[in-house]
Design a protein around this ligand. Structure first.
Ligand code: PEP
Ligand code: MN
Length: 263
């Protein structure tokens, strides 16, 4: 179902006034975790005034250590709804279990399936039966074929609004957080009709190369970019090192738009 053989025209996903896929580019920005009303509103207002209309932020955080901040849960979803609606933005939050679907549905516009759950097949089936668009992240060590088959689960169970996002894979390389597999972009575009995005934050973990990687992603055919932005990254409760502050985002965004690659 994901393949170009089964459907040749590009899947275009429309959420509120935002169009994803089909030749226009989308920028998704927001904090790693939703931490407070003040934090989320500061990012949302800054992004909105820059012309970004998709806001991300995690309420359920898949943390490596059980002692790390796990997210605000439903309280975070409530903040996302309030802030995104006030700013007139589309909202994206990760869900981690099938139970989160009904819990999160009233609050958000797009479900994100994180890298760690790319092969959580019961979750894939459950979002397949849901009505909202799904942003599916590539697993930490997933092959492209496994990634496409994970999307296939969602499509097979009835939801055709699926977007793929390359977020870097594990390799032996230590100078980046993950290895951005840029070749996945044109392959996914050739093999599937789904929108393909690139998360330059989790794939690199390095702010100074995010602009170059975002340009490479667009040049390779990506339909959009995701980045993490926090009003005060040093104080962030997760991914403090890799989140851009608002000024850093503005420079990144200006660089991307003036490159002519983002349109
Ligand atoms: C995220 O985008 O919030 C996240 C946890 O990323 P990933 O699932 O790609 O690690
Ligand atoms: Mn993060």
């Amino acid at each position: 179902l994901a393949s170009r053989q089964s459907k040749n025209e590009d899947t275009v996903i429309r959420v509120k006034n935002t169009v994803i896929g089909g030749g226009t580019h989308v920028m998704i920005a927001g904090p790693c975790s939703i931490e407070s009303r003040e934090q989320l509103s500061a990012v949302a207002n800054a992004m909105k005034s820059e012309g970004v209309d998709v806001l991300r932020g995690g309420a359920f955080k898949p943390r490596t250590s059980p002692y790390d901040f796990q997210g605000l849960g439903e309280e975070g979803l409530k903040l996302m709804k309030e802030v995104a609606e006030r700013a007139g933005m589309v909202s994206i939050c990760e869900i981690m279990t099938p139970e989160h679907i009904a819990l999160a549905a009233p609050y958000i516009d797009v479900f994100q399936i994180g890298a760690r759950n790319m092969q959580n097949f019961e979750l894939l089936k459950a979002v397949g039966r849901s009505q909202k668009p799904v942003l599916l992240k590539r697993g930490l060590s997933a092959t492209i074929e496994e990634f496409i088959l994970a999307a296939e689960y969602i499509l097979y169970h009835g939801n055709d609004q699926v977007m793929l996002i390359e977020r870097g894979i594990r390799t032996y390389e230590k100078w980046t957080r993950n290895t951005l597999d840029i070749s996945a972009v044109p392959i996914l575009k050739l093999e599937t009709h789904l929108p393909v995005l690139v998360d330059v934050t989790h794939s690199t973990g390095r702010k100074e190369i995010m602009l170059a990687c975002a340009k490479a992603a667009l040049a390779a055919g990506a339909d959009g970019i995701m980045v993490e932005v926090h009003p005060n990254p040093q104080a962030a409760l997760s991914d403090a090192k890799q989140q851009m502050d608002i000024g850093e985002f503005q420079a990144f965004w200006k660089g991307l738009r003036t490159s002519g690659l983002f349109h």
